[in-house]
Design a protein around this ligand. Structure first.
Ligand SMILES: [Fe+2]
Ligand SMILES: [Fe+2]
Length: 529
């Protein structure tokens, strides 16, 4: 990592040179002196051609041009056009008796006029204004580019936002890479970025980033810092703050006085900082290559706020999702607790995931079916346990009653978007691809894919499990029945009952089913007592 001094080196940027197209020694001297007084070099030219050569080699902002050397147009018009394209202002040096025709011919190219003999102070004022104008143009251009860049980043971040997959550390790293100075002479950027979040124990967990060999690197991870003076001042500044040591009488000690010692130990010296706080998350940049302004703090906020906001949203969403999953698990286990305290429903999630992954279905579908599968028999909560546990074959009437669990389950799960897949599963997991299932007798692709996947998984697990009316099948026998067909003593099973793709995925992942049957039932995160 470069040393601190290298990071913070303030490069003395040269001001743009001034080109003087004149053969009048007194005017040349006056303008050259004026240029020097403004910190600029003066490049002398005795002809249009010579001036053109200079402007090809350097980036200037100002051309002083003696009207007598313009020849009324010609080569000069080409030079003037180049100046126009490059944003170089032309100041015409004209004698009091200049011909009106020449003045009119040159007018389109000229930004300002000076009389000859040139007064040094007049030339200095023109140079000063030209430099200021150039700086403003550059600042406006940079602001436009920054805004465009920011909008494009924002669009990408928002379009790709997935609260369950949101990686706060990666988002922070991206911010640091975009913000931190990678080149010593990039004076507009900070050398360090700190992101601090509450640790829940009255302190802040702070990550500190600096330029590394391959982009921004986290140089300090999770140091604990009390929410002390620095943070309180940022909070008091209504979420946006900046400070320079030069604002405080030029004494570093005065700036350091309100910085936490843990930070100074990591950074060494802080010359300036800009920061903001959003919902208790602090984002603070240190050691810009020049004094910071309110605009820097604003720009930092603009850059950091989307990621910070999405991080907060993702955290909230995960909290709600976890609560939802706990409730879904509790409901599923409660439904199945009369039999094996929920082991079956837990295995169903894993079987469903194995088939869906094998079928290369989208991640969001895999995620959803992996918690929805457990609710497939939720409708059995309305079926009398004596029927579910009857040791003998059900009478036709009893079987009709049990079959109702499919539509009852769908009714329980309702229309909530997060339960849509679970609802489809509850309703259709006994439908058969050949149309011989229940409750509706749907066939083929009329059966939702999630229902068709659970059909395979449920038959496998039922075959493996001991029931009052049947003994458990071995893994190989269960596979044989599903893939080749046969009877389990109570029901007839045919390969035509299953979605062909789901059946292929089952065949390919049968070994995984065996593992799940022996392992998943051992871990039951929710216990109903
Ligand atoms: Fe069922
Ligand atoms: Fe089941």
């Amino acid at each position: 990592m470069p040393k601190f001094a290298e990071r913070c080196a303030i490069i003395n940027v040269m001001k743009p040179p001034v080109v003087i197209l004149s053969d009048n020694d007194a005017d040349r001297r006056a303008i050259a002196d004026a240029a020097l007084s403004q910190g600029c070099r003066a490049l002398l030219a005795g002809s249009v051609a010579e001036a053109s050569e200079h402007l090809k080699k350097v980036t200037s902002c100002l051309l002083f041009c003696d009207a007598a050397l313009t020849s009324g147009g010609g080569a000069f018009s080409s030079l003037a056009s180049d100046c126009g394209r490059s944003g170089i202002h032309i100041i015409l040096i004209a004698a009091a008796d200049i011909k009106p025709g020449l003045l009119k011919a040159l007018k389109p190219w000229v930004h300002d006029y000076l009389g000859t003999p040139v007064l040094r102070e007049s030339a200095a004022a023109r140079i000063k204004n030209a430099i200021r104008m150039k700086n403003l143009e550059q600042a406006a251009g940079k602001a436009g580019c920054d805004l465009q860049d920011w909008l494009s980043q924002l669009e990408t971040v928002v379009n790709c936002f997935d609260p369950l997959a949101f990686d706060a550390a990666k988002s922070q790293g991206n911010l640091a890479s975009r913000l931190i100075r990678m080149l010593p002479n990039d004076r507009d950027k900070p050398a360090y970025l700190m992101v601090a979040v509450p640790d829940g124990c009255m302190k802040l967990d702070c990550d500190l980033y600096a330029a590394g060999d391959e982009g921004a690197e986290k140089i300090v991870e999770r140091i604990k810092i009390p929410e002390s003076a620095l943070f309180l001042r940022i909070k008091a500044a209504e979420s946006l703050s900046y400070a320079n040591y030069s604002d405080r009488g030029g004494r570093l000690e005065d700036l350091h006085a309100f910085l936490p010692p843990e930070l100074l130990e990591a950074v060494g010296t802080v010359h300036n900082l800009a920061g903001f706080v959003y919902l208790d998350t602090y984002v603070i940049a240190f050691n810009y290559g020049r004094p910071v302004t309110a605009e820097d703090a604003l720009f930092l906020k603009g850059l950091a706020l989307p990621g910070t906001f999405l991080g907060v949203v993702a955290g909230e969403f995960r909290g709600v999702s976890e609560s939802f999953l706990v409730m879904a698990r509790a409901l599923a286990v409660a439904t199945d607790s009369h039999r094996d305290n929920g082991a079956h429903v837990q295995r169903m999630n894993e079987y469903a995931r194995a088939i869906a992954e094998r079928m290369s279905l989208p991640d969001s579908f895999i995620r959803t079916i992996s918690y929805s599968a457990q609710l497939h028999d939720v409708g059995k909560i309305y079926i009398h346990p004596d029927l579910l546990d009857k040791p003998l074959r059900l009478t036709p009437h009893e079987f009709e009653l049990v079959k109702k669990h499919a539509s009852l389950g769908a009714r329980i799960l309702g229309d909530a978007p997060m339960l849509r897949v679970a609802r489809n599963i509850a309703l259709t997991h006994h439908e058969c691809w050949d149309g011989s299932g229940y409750p509706v007798g749907l066939a083929g692709n009329a059966i939702p894919l999630e229902g068709a996947i659970i059909k395979v998984a449920d038959v496998y697990d039922a075959l493996r499990t001991m029931y009052p009316y049947k003994s458990p099948y071995s893994h190989d026998d269960a596979c044989q029945l599903i893939l080749a067909g046969g009877g389990d003593g109570c029901h007839e099973i045919l390969p035509s009952h299953f979605h062909p793709d789901a059946l292929r995925a089952f065949r390919a992942t049968a070994g995984r089913f065996e593992e799940i049957y022996h392992s998943a039932g051992q871990q039951i995160p929710v216990q109903i007592k």
